[in-house]
Write a protein that binds this ligand. Structure first.
Ligand SMILES: [Zn+2]
Length: 254
């Protein structure tokens, strides 16, 4: 028999996140960095991933979850959900290479500009740290997730919000196909970075290690606009593998 993994399958995690409204349900906590608790039966009694006996909660309340009865856990699965889901990227660096839709942006504060307004951009705080901003484009008339100076909040009615406790990743998806993914990563050497993103090494002496990258992918449902892991596609035009360094603005879309 195959050993069951502690990490629940993707569909179970998604369901557990959704039933608590993407925020920890204990005492109005609302923390969006969720883990998965096995309460009926507990993991040490039986290894299972039956979602009816599991609950999504934050690391803090997960550590204290033995204080909760089975009945209390069940109530938390169906109780009122926190109004707004908010979180924050704690990544603060003076140098970050942004990888947006397969293109690279270095010292280029406005990575993507759409109809005269920045869509994905950095600002520097008074200590020189780069803070990330992102507006989600949508063809719907509903509000969407946004990221302002590293603080994110989720509006509208998302299908899924994925923000694991390590705080390096956020994915928000909506039923009309709108989708955004943001991932911070630190690279300790040119070798490790070059294995994944060889194009960045062409920046040579202008970058130093450890180097932080942030990868951003965005799909605007029902339109021809998508920035995925490989390329940027805007209404039939495809761009990939470009490096922009020390530009005021990177990709400008009218
Ligand atoms: Zn909590």
């Amino acid at each position: 028999m195959q050993e069951i993994q502690r990490r629940p399958p993707t569909d179970v995690r998604r369901q557990l996140r959704r039933e608590v409204g993407f925020g920890c349900p204990v005492g109005g906590c609302g923390n969006p960095y969720l883990e998965y608790h096995h309460f009926d039966p507990p993991w040490h009694v039986e290894r299972h991933h039956n979602s009816s006996g599991m609950l999504a909660l934050c690391a803090n309340h997960h550590a204290k979850a033995d204080a909760l009865t089975v009945e209390q856990c069940r109530e938390l699965k169906t109780g009122p959900q926190s109004a707004t889901v908010r979180g924050r990227f704690e990544w603060m660096r003076r140098e970050v290479v942004a990888i947006v839709g397969g293109n690279y942006y270095h010292e280029t504060p406005h990575m993507v500009v759409f109809r005269g307004e920045p869509l994905i951009w950095f600002e520097r705080d008074e200590d020189g740290y780069l803070l990330l901003n992102m507006r989600m484009l949508t063809a719907s008339h509903e509000r969407r997730a946004q990221l302002l100076a590293n603080d994110w909040d989720i509006a509208g009615d998302p299908l899924d919000v994925e923000s694991p406790p390590n705080g390096s990743y956020l994915r928000v998806r909506y039923s009309n196909g709108d989708d955004v993914r943001i991932r911070f990563k630190q690279w300790d050497s040119a070798e490790s970075l070059g294995a994944k993103h060889p194009r960045i090494l062409s920046l040579e002496d202008t970058i130093s290690f450890p180097l932080v990258t942030v990868e951003i992918a965005m799909v605007v449902g029902g339109t021809g606009v998508r920035f995925d892991a490989r390329s940027s596609e805007i209404g039939g035009l495809t761009m990939t593998g470009n490096i922009m360094s020390h530009c005021g603005a990177g990709l400008v879309i009218d």
